[in-house]
Design a binder for this molecule. Structure first.
Ligand code: F6P
Length: 505
C-alpha cells in the first residue's frame, strides 16, 4: 500500500470517528457489521468504521490478494520466506488433504489419540504433567482450561516457567508412579523445557525404575527426544512447518487429548477445519477472520490505538488473553517488512483478564483514561456453569460494558463524565464446546495472518526472541562462575550485585 492510499484510509477513518453519528447515519449497522460463521456470532457495529471505510478495506484485501494468500498457505507455498518454510498448520486438521505433510500429520495425530486413550483408560494413571513453554504450553493449557466441562480424563497440570516454583507447584500432591510426563517442545532444545524435563526425570526416576515408560514427547525432532531417553513408541511427532504458536492442532494438543478424549479432540479439530474452509471459500466482505483482521488493523494503524484488551466473559477462557498475546504479538511484533524494508506499523499490545473481574480493576481506565483501548468481549450463549441466572447476569454485564464504552454518559462534573465513543466487539459462541473453541482459535489464527499481510510483515518467524535467549546464557554463565566482568555491559552492575547478595550467606 502506498502513502497516498494509507492517507486516504486515515481520512475515511477520521470520518468514522463518532459512534453516535455512525448509529444515526447508518441505522442498519447492527445488521451490516454482524457476522456469523461456524458457531460464532461477531458484532463489530461498535467499531469506528463506516461503510465507506469498510468497502475500501475490502478492496484493499483484494488488491493485496488475501484470498489467494489463504490458498497459497493451505497449498503449502513457502510463506515463511525468512526461514524458507511452508506454513501448513491447516493441513493438521484437513481430513481431505492428500499431500505428504497432511497424510503424515494425520497418522501422527491418530497415534497420539490412541496413546491418549490408552492413558485415559489406564487405571494406574491419574495425572498428566505437560512440560513446555510458549506455543508448547499456552495452547494446550488455555484449551484444557476452556474445555473444563468436557474434562473426564486424568488431572492435567502444566509447567512452563524456569522458575522452580512452577515445577514444585505442578508436582505437589502427585505420585510419580501414577503420573505421565509429556515433554512438549518442537525443537527439544528450549532451555526452560529441557531443565524442567531433567527435574521431572529425577523426580520420576527416584521412585519409578522404568521412568522412561512414564514419559511422552511431542516434537518435530523425535531422534533428539529418543536420545534424551523417551521410547520411540511414545515420541509423537509434528512437522517443522508447524509454527509453535500455531501448533495446538498438532500433537502439541496431546495433554488436551488426554483431558477430553479422542472424540472431543476430533470435534475441536473439525471446528478449526470448518473455519479454515470458511476463510478459504468466503469472499472477504463475508469472511469473519478477514473482517476481524480489518477491524484490528484499522484500530492499530488508522486510529493508532496501541493496545487491545481481550476480555472473555468466561471464567473458563481465562487463559485466552495470554494465548492471544503470543499468537498476535509473536507473529506481528515486527519492525521490518517481509522484504527487509522498515515497516511503519506493528502489532497492537494484546492484554486482558476475564470479566466481570476486570470491571473492578482496569475498566476505570478503559472508560475514563486518556488512551482509547479497543475491547474484544467474548462469551457463550449457553451457560458455562451450573447457574443459568448468574450466566444471564454475566452476559448483561458484558453487553452493558460495551454500551457504556460506546455511548458514555455526559455529566457536568468532569470526574463523573464518561466520554464514550470507545470501540468494542462482542463475539458469542453458541456454546463453549470443543467445536466452537476450535473455530474461534482458527479465526484468530487467520485474523493474525491477515493483519500480517496488511502490514507486509512475515507473521511466521520470531527472530525477536533470540537475543534474550543468548544473553540469558551469557548472564547465567556469569552468575554460575562468579566471573561477572564477562557479563553483558549494561546489566553488569546488577548482575554483580545479585551475585554478591545471593552468595552473602
Ligand atoms: O520463544 C520462542 C519460541 O520458539 C516460541 O515460538 C515457541 O512456541 C517456544 O519458543 C517454545 O519452543 P519449543 O516448542 O521449540 O520448545
Amino acid at each position: 500500500m502506498n502513502a497516498r492510499q494509507l492517507q486516504s484510509l486515515v481520512t475515511l477513518a477520521g470520518a468514522s470517528s463518532s459512534l453516535r453519528e455512525l448509529f444515526v447515519s447508518e441505522p442498519q449497522r447492527a445488521q451490516r457489521f454482524t457476522f456469523d460463521a461456524c458457531g460464532l456470532h461477531a458484532d463489530f457495529s461498535r467499531q469506528l468504521m463506516n461503510s465507506a471505510l469498510f468497502d475500501e478495506l475490502i478492496l484493499l484485501t483484494r488488491e493485496l490478494k488475501i484470498p489467494q494468500k489463504f490458498r497459497d498457505m493451505m497449498d503449502g507455498h513457502v510463506l515463511n520466506v525468512t526461514e524458507g518454510r511452508a506454513v501448513l498448520h491447516t493441513a493438521l486438521r484437513d481430513p481431505l488433504a492428500q499431500n505428504a505433510e497432511a497424510v503424515g500429520s494425520r497418522d501422527a495425530l491418530t497415534r497420539a489419540l490412541e496413546l491418549a486413550e490408552k492413558i485415559r483408560n489406564n487405571p494406574e494413571i491419574d495425572a498428566v504433567i505437560n512440560i513446555g513453554i510458549g506455543g508448547s504450553d499456552l495452547g494446550p493449557a488455555m484449551a484444557t482450561r476452556a474445555l473444563r466441562a468436557f474434562h473426564d480424563g486424568p488431572l492435567t497440570r502444566f509447567v512452563s516457567n524456569i522458575d522452580p516454583a512452577d515445577f514444585d507447584e505442578a508436582i505437589y500432591g502427585l505420585d510419580p508412579a501414577r503420573t505421565m510426563v509429556v515433554v512438549s517442545s518442537k525443537t527439544f532444545t528450549t532451555l526452560e523445557t529441557m531443565h524442567n524435563a531433567e527435574r521431572a526425570k529425577q523426580w520420576m526416576a527416584a521412585q519409578v525404575s522404568d521412568w522412561q515408560s512414564h514419559f511422552v514427547a511431542s516434537t518435530a525432532y523425535p531422534e533428539v527426544a529418543q536420545s534424551w531417553g523417551i521410547p520411540e513408541s511414545q515420541c509423537l511427532i509434528f512437522g517443522e512447518w508447524v509454527g509453535g504458536r500455531f501448533s495446538l492442532s498438532s500433537t502439541i494438543g496431546f495433554p488436551l487429548m488426554c483431558a477430553i478424549g479422542a472424540k472431543n479432540f476430533s470435534d475441536f479439530l473439525s471446528g478449526m477445519y470448518q473455519m479454515d474452509q470458511h476463510a478459504l471459500e468466503t469472499s472477504p466482505e463475508q469472511s469473519l477472520p478477514v473482517v476481524h483482521a480489518l477491524v484490528w488493523w484499522a484500530n492499530a494503524v488508522l486510529h493508532r490505538y496501541a493496545t487491545v484488551a481481550v476480555v472473555p466473559y468466561s471464567h473458563d477462557l481465562a487463559r485466552l488473553p495470554a494465548y492471544l498475546q503470543q499468537l498476535v504479538m509473536e507473529s506481528n511484533g515486527k519492525s521490518v517488512r517481509e522484504d527487509g524494508v522498515p515497516a511503519e506499523h506493528t502489532s497492537p499490545v494484546v492484554w486482558g483478564e476475564p470479566g466481570t473481574n476486570g470491571q473492578h480493576a482496569f475498566f476505570q481506565m478503559l472508560h475514563q483514561g486518556t488512551q482509547v483501548v479497543p475491547v474484544e468481549f467474548i462469551s457463550s450463549i449457553a451457560p458455562m456453569g451450573s447457574d443459568p441466572q448468574a450466566h444471564d447476569l454475566l452476559i448483561a454485564n458484558m453487553i452493558a460494558q460495551s454500551e457504556a464504552l460506546a455511548g458514555g454518559s455526559l455529566h457536568e462534573d468532569p470526574h463523573r463524565n464518561f466520554p464514550g465513543n470507545r470501540p468494542s466487539t462482542v463475539i458469542f459462541m453458541d456454546a463453549l464446546s470443543p467445536y466452537n473453541l476450535g473455530a474461534l482459535l482458527a479465526m484468530y489464527e487467520h485474523s493474525t495472518a491477515v493483519q500480517g499481510w496488511l502490514m507486509g510483515v512475515n507473521s511466521f518467524d520470531q527472530f525477536g526472541v533470540e537475543l534474550g535467549k543468548k544473553l540469558a546464557t551469557d548472564t547465567a554463565h556469569a552468575i554460575a562462575s562468579g566471573e561477572v566482568a564477562q557479563a553483558p555491559l549494561m546489566t553488569r552492575a546488577i548482575t554483580d550485585w545479585y551475585v554478591r547478595q545471593s552468595r552473602a550467606n
